[in-house]
Design a protein. Structure first.
Length: 83
């Protein structure tokens, strides 16, 4: 698996294009945060099974409460971009 390391400033400056590049290339991005921590962003195939959400729903009460709160909240539309 290909891995590319980028500074947080690049992600911050061009979030949409950086994430699109990650999704299209299949590369995992490792983002270097200003406080020396690292964060990985990994693309998933649309049909790929990802068990993380299922595992969180089964075993994490805080995540369960967050999902319940979200379900109870009114839905807001995503803002449309000016073209």
């Amino acid at each position: 698996m290909a891995i590319k390391t980028i500074p947080f400033s690049r992600l911050e400056a061009d979030l949409k294009n950086t994430l699109s590049e990650c999704a299209e290339s299949g590369q995992t991005l490792v983002v270097e945060l200003p406080d020396q921590r690292l964060l990985a962003i990994q693309p998933l195939d649309p049909g790929e099974e990802d068990s993380l959400v299922d595992e969180l729903l089964q075993a994490n009460p805080k995540f369960q409460a967050l999902v319940a709160k979200s379900k109870a909240s009114p839905r807001k539309p995503f803002p449309s971009e000016a073209r």
